[in-house]
Design a protein around this ligand. Sequence first.
Ligand code: N01
Length: 538
Amino acid sequence: MPTPKFDAVIIGAGFSGMYQLHSLRDRLGLKTKLLEAAEGVGGTWYWNRYPGARCDSESHSYCYAFSKELIREWEFSERYPEQPEIMRYLNHVADRFDLRRDIQFNTRVTGARYDAEANLWHVTTDAGESFSATYLITAVGCLSTTNVPDMPGLASFKGRWVHTGEWPHEGVEFTGKRVGQIGTGSTGIQAAPVIAETAAHLTVFQRTPNYSVPARNAPLTEEFRRHVRENFDEIREVMHSNTNGHAFRISERSVFDVSPEEREAIYEAAWEKGGLQFRANFSDILTDLRANETAATFVKRKIREIVKDPATAELLAEIDHPYAAKRPPIDSGYFETFNRPNVSLVDVRANPIESITADGVRLRDGTEHKLDIIVFATGFDAMTGPLLRLNIEGRDGLALRDVWSAGPRSYLGLQVAGFPNLFTVTGPGSPSVLCNMPVAIEQHVDWITDCIAHLRANHIARIEPAPEAVEDWSEQVNVAANETLLPQASSSWYLGANVPGKPRAFMPYAGGMARYRQICDEVAARGYAGFELSAEKV
Ligand code: N01
């Protein structure tokens, strides 16, 4: 059978792939195919169905902003949308823009190879199919390759184990079960309170204690919904002009601009209000360690006040990194969960997990925790993992895996040298995970779409970054990270430190979304400065 040929192939039907399909097909009129491993749209949200899964971005900012009609016709019901509601939203988008007819589901991409002579990408799938396209766009998400730690004995476990990022669609019944949860990142902090409601006993295995601020989730009032309807343009302007793409402004005052009493009152009010804007109350929380310590001390004190058992409170509050240097979680009753009689906390930093046995988890000192279910809330091979498993080969058989063997290097997180016409939506080197994702996604998709329109209008066959541009941008990514406290959290997935053997490199661009947007716009305005463009006939 001849290989079907497209103008563009997109991989992944989450927020980014769906909008990329709409943009290329409906705006540029390109023959476009989207390949998706799952049997439905949703991307990250399709797989992350764990108990308590809810977005940490506020719902009025966690949506597409490109269509006024879509904004008018969809309203989320709560301050933070829960996973099933986000799935309803994304399915609505798929129907509304008639996307499904160009999406092939149940199709996992297993390889992609650039053919220089034909100037085509050849994409292969797990079903042995092939597709060719001029442009290949990865929309595979940053947190979509699960990280199950290689723990000896897991295969011998007689109970059931699950990873939060590949949660069974039929759900997991915890009633009457002894459950062990490994991991206390954003996911574990959301899951534990819900699991504890029905489990006979929940044991949380904590390696690194974590900060968390209450989410204060609640149904949206009619008044707030009206406010959003009437002021969406202004809300979008806030999202587009700040560093992190959220709908709240970041204060310009510094921590030490105010008296200790005022500061305390500001933190107290922010704690009561809840949410990720806790860190937006001062401008220097993420750049000045002394300033950061005031926020860290406040949250640690709150933990000690909430958790009744002093030893448990100490274990939870002995946090070793600056506040928000790891992605800061927000929660619904996480610390309170440890006051329940059916919940216990185990410190696996002092006494690491040695193995999984037939009956549960064994620690180094020989203690065995008997379990019926193990929940791995152990995160992801973030950012590079989803790209590397595509087995991408560029010019002259150059493997992306080799090019990135010491960590990812790209130009603007959009393209990699040696891989012509390959675009990576929210790729490493772009703000991506440091930004409210739909904002980062729309900016990337719009830029890529404009770029492809430019190539076609000017009969340009290929675009790829100049190696010097990649060098320079990689340096800028490092500089931007080092201007913040983010690299100080040495076990963070931003650095790739959570996956054994993964090269340590700070992966997202920490210079802020607004600055990044400006850089990308300037690059385009200067005729795609830093990119090498080749004419149709060479
Ligand atoms: O993963 P994580 P996550 N033994 O990597 C522990 C986004 N998100 O799924 O810190 C014992 O943050 C690990 O311990 P340590 C968000 O961007 C968004 O929670 O490595 N423990 C850590 O406690 C977030 O940052 C939302 O010492 C082990 C945990 O597992 C990102 O996803 C909701 C271990 C992993 O934490 C990832 O969050 C949830 C081992 N061998 C997540 N290996 C929303 O907005 C790992 N751990 C909805």
